[in-house]
Write a protein that binds this ligand. Structure first.
Ligand code: SF4
Length: 133
């Protein structure tokens, strides 16, 4: 079975995370974070570039994310351009390295991206092209 199909099936199994009671939420976050990791580690390409630096670029990506069904987490990850490593802008050495840890949408204690169109557990060293400071 292709990795993407496997991932979608598994995400369906845990895709109802918001219906979990609070005391189970962290376990569910860990499970989903692990599935995202496995999906990215399988080598599925994501849209890492072009980065979304203008508000117009951001709105185009956000509109694409909003068009997805709730169980299309694999597409969400591809469109947002997720990576398992921080992104290093190469056109300006003074630019800040882009990682979830330095992003305004990162919830430190939950290790979670609170951008509404993503809203998934992440790791501090991951990144996506919707990164904002
Ligand atoms: S928006 Fe920020 S916190 Fe969310 S996945 Fe992208 S870089 Fe990480």
């Amino acid at each position: 079975m292709p990795a993407e199909a496997y991932f979608r099936l598994d995400v369906d199994a845990v895709g109802f995370q918001h219906s979990f009671p609070a005391y189970l939420q962290m376990d569910n976050d860990d499970l989903l974070r692990q599935k995202v990791f496995q999906f990215l580690e399988s080598g599925v390409p994501t849209e890492v570039e072009p980065r979304a630096y203008s508000s117009e670029d951001v709105q185009v990506i956000i509109a694409r994310l909003q068009s997805l069904m709730d169980n299309q987490l694999d597409e969400k990850i591809k469109i947002a351009g997720f990576t398992l490593q921080p992104y290093h802008p190469f056109d300006d050495e003074d630019d800040l390295v882009q990682s979830c840890e330095t992003c305004m949408y990162y919830l430190l204690h939950r290790r979670f991206c609170e951008l509404p169109e993503l809203s998934i557990p992440v790791e501090k060293d991951w990144s996506c092209r919707l990164w904002r400071i």
